[in-house]
Design a protein around this ligand. Structure first.
Ligand code: ADP
Length: 711
């Protein structure tokens, strides 16, 4: 019994397919084509029969009969020429009406005795052949027309003809011919109908076999369940294999939820199969009677079969997929860990390299300061330049590894754009003057306001562009432009450009220069040096602001690098470390500075310069000593190294802030990490200076605090 039920599935599937619009319209088209062919066939038979009849009437001298048969034949011939195939309904209507009229008229003029009315039965058979059973109204019309035809014949037509003379012998022969012809035509049409039915059922059978094959050869388990009871009404072969079931009847009529883990405790499962009226897809843990579990990707699709709600449930075993996914996650984690380790290693290495480099740069600064002979100065200058260049390279490699590990982040700290650009100008003024290249800054007055952004990273981008412009320009000038091109109450769009009159870059090189380790022209590399990382890093930084650095350049005429970024406006004018104006230098005489630093060379360099500026330095080699001295004496500014033995800078500031909340404390650090500025402010520092420090930077910072102290 259950097995019989299961074989219902194919019409169900066929029904589902037919539900779609496409299927319906295809079905309509093919049934119309069939009807057109049938109408044409019947019309041609009609023409043939009427034509033969006309000839017979002519020879028998039956004028009235000849008149009606030839008129009817002509009408049908005209439909062949004047009515298109697609308007087969009109042809069909004309055919039925003409045949009805012709039979009635012939019965009237030849008398009922010759049996022309027999063709009414033929017309009824033909109607079945040329009408679709769905065309109810038209079928009713045909039946009514034939009944009217019959009614007319038996009420109006005489038994023997009264209008034309037909002999008894002729009547008998015509009757025989009519019987023979009507039976013959009926047989023929019945045969054609039977043939069509045969091919229709063969097609349906083939379609069923096709769906059966598709259903049973799929790699997923498919079930048809009752939408109200969850009972399985059919399933494919794969479902038996998947759930380790030998015989299909063992599954049929069972509730589908038994195939899932925790089906009796997890209400969600029953709810999904029972209440859900929409399509659903998701992962569920499937459960085999032997106790084995496996992850399945389940999809539930409800559909109506007649007025019965059914649901098609398909289950795909995704064990292998899950395994691959898990392996991928592990591989990704490993790759990320390796990337982090690499980045950490580079960060550590760069820190380690920076420490001796601090010593070299600091010593070079000292030597430069103390050198009296111009020749010595030149050598120390070279030493200073080379060590600073090396520091620059270390920073670039560190940034590059951060970008690779997707670890570069931007700070969001208020800074005054105008002041920021002035600082950049100051940074490059002397280098440009040395090379005799004019450095112009074209600044928008609207930029004299506070924006939120990563000043250090922006400065890195602009410095790279301005340094490149200087590097690749032999004469002429470099113009740095900054414009506010759009602003709302919350945001401002700022356009920056660095335009030089230097070597220029060819179109082909322009496509390469933003890639890592790529330089425009290898001959310039040899001449000017560089790693080819600067523009790639800059591009990434601007990319983090959702902007893009572009270049317009012509070989020999110069280049213009430009980008636009959106920055949030800083609504209050409260400033942090970087916004301090440090342009005017003031005397630092008798300023009392406590310096905590464990590295002897750094201490030596700092001490030398502080003494030179007549600052009174007090030294401590770790946090404990610094704290001790701070408790005993008054200072104007504290310079605290972050990495010190026994008590580091972070611990020290915590203790200092417990005693004094307002004294300026400058972090003295070789560390470089994301959100450094925000982090240091959060920990209680007022400002920071990066090691190796430029003496002029330290002087500016101290000048500012000397001013604030004085103010
Ligand atoms: P590098 O450290 O080698 O300068 P960059 O990424 O900053 O690396 O620049 C890549 C290349 O782009 C340079 O080697 C140079 O060929 C070209 N380039 C950059 N800026 C300019 C410029 N202003 N004029 C001409 N060429 C430039």
């Amino acid at each position: 019994m259950q097995r019989e039920k299961s074989s219902d599935f194919m019409p169900i599937v066929a029904g589902v397919a037919k539900q779609s619009y496409l299927a319906t319209s295809l079905e309509d088209t093919s049934s119309n084509e069939k009807l057109i062919a049938n109408v044409k066939l019947m019309r041609n038979y009609g023409i043939l029969v009427l034509f033969i009849n006309s000839i017979a009437n002519y020879f028998q001298d039956l004028t009235y009969s000849l008149f009606f048969t030839s008129i009817s034949c002509t009408i049908l011939v005209l439909t062949h020429f004047f009515i298109k195939d697609t308007h087969f309904r009109i042809t069909r209507f004309i055919f039925v009406v003409t045949v009805c009229m012709s039979i009635s008229a012939l019965c009237y003029v030849e008398g009922v005795v010759v049996g022309d009315y027999l063709y009414v039965f033929v017309l009824l058979i033909i109607s079945i052949f040329i009408y679709d059973y769905k065309e109810t109204a038209q079928l009713i019309f045909v039946f009514v027309a034939t009944i009217c035809c019959f009614a007319f014949i038996f009420s109006m037509a005489p038994f023997h003809s009264t209008v034309q003379r037909i002999g008894e012998q002729a009547e008998r022969i015509t009757f025989m011919i009519n019987i023979f012809a009507s039976v013959f035509i009926t047989c023929m049409i019945s045969f054609v109908i039977l043939k069509q039915n045969y091919y229709n059922s063969k097609n349906i059978l083939q379609e069923q076999q096709f769906f059966n094959t598709v259903f049973n050869t799929s790699s997923y388990a498919a079930f048809i369940i009752d939408g109200h009871t969850m009972a399985i009404t059919d399933c494919n072969k794969q479902s038996l294999q998947m759930f380790d079931i030998n015989d299909k009847p063992l599954l049929l009529e069972k509730s589908i939820n038994i195939l899932f883990k925790d089906f009796h405790t997890d209400e969600k499962i029953s709810e999904l199969f029972l209440k859900n009226k929409e399509n659903w897809q998701g992962e569920l843990t499937c459960f085999i009677a032997s106790g084995v579990e496996f992850p399945g990707y389940v999809s539930i699709a409800p559909f109506l079969h007649g007025d019965k709600l059914l649901k098609k449930v398909t289950i795909l075993d995704i064990t292998a997929l899950k395994k691959t996914q898990a392996e991928l996650v592990i591989a990704k984690d490993k790759a990320e860990q390796a990337m982090k380790a690499k980045s950490q290693f580079l960060s550590n290495m760069s820190h380690e390299l920076r420490t001796p480099l601090n010593g070299i740069i600091g010593t070079a600064n000292l030597l430069l300061d103390e050198a009296s002979m111009p020749e010595q100065k030149e050598h120390f200058d070279l030493l200073k330049f080379s060590s600073e260049h090396m520091l620059h390279l270390i920073n670039d490699v560190l940034d590059f590894s951060k970008i690779e590990a997707d670890m570069m982040e931007l700070e969001k700290v208020p800074f005054n754009t105008n002041e920021f650009l002035h600082k950049i100008h100051n940074l490059f003024a002397s280098q440009y003057a040395k090379k005799n290249i004019l450095l112009e800054f074209d600044l928008d007055s609207k930029l004299d306001r506070y924006l939120l952004g990563d000043e250090t990273r922006l400065s890195q981008v602009l410095s790279n562009l301005i340094a490149n412009a200087l590097k690749f320009t032999e004469n002429g000038k470099v113009v740095v432009t900054a414009k506010m091109i759009k602003s709302t109450s919350k945001k401002a769009s700022i356009y920056f450009s660095v335009k030089d009159t230097g070597l220029g870059i060819t179109k082909k090189q322009q496509e390469l220069i933003f890639l890592s380790f790529t330089q425009g022209d290898t001959t310039t590399t040899r001449k000017f040096g560089g790693t080819g990382l600067g523009l790639s890093i800059s591009k990434n930084i601007i990319g983090l602001y959702n902007g893009e650095i572009k270049v317009e350049s012509e070989k020999g005429k110069g280049s213009n690098f430009y980008f636009t970024i959106d920055l949030d406006l800083h609504l209050s004018n409260k400033s942090f470390v970087n916004e301090k104006i440090m342009s005017s230098l003031v005397s630092l005489e008798n300023m009392k500075v406590l310096i905590a630093e464990d590295n002897l060379i750094n201490m030596l360099v700092a001490r030398k310069f502080l003494k030179k500026w007549n600052v009174v330095p007090e030294e401590a080699i770790n946090g404990i000593e610094a704290l001790d001295k701070f408790r005993k004496e008054d200072f104007d500014v504290l310079l605290i190294d972050l990495e010190m033995p026994e008590m580091d800078g972070y611990e020290t500031i915590k203790e200092i802030r417990k005693i004094n909340t307002h004294i300026p404390v400058i972090a003295f650090t070789a560390a470089v990490y994301d959100d450094m500025q925000t982090d240091l402010i959060g920990k209680g520092f007022t400002d920071y200076i990066q090691k190796p420090f430029r003496p002029e930077d330290l002087h500016r910072k101290l000048s500012f605090y000397a001013k604030s102290v004085a103010g």
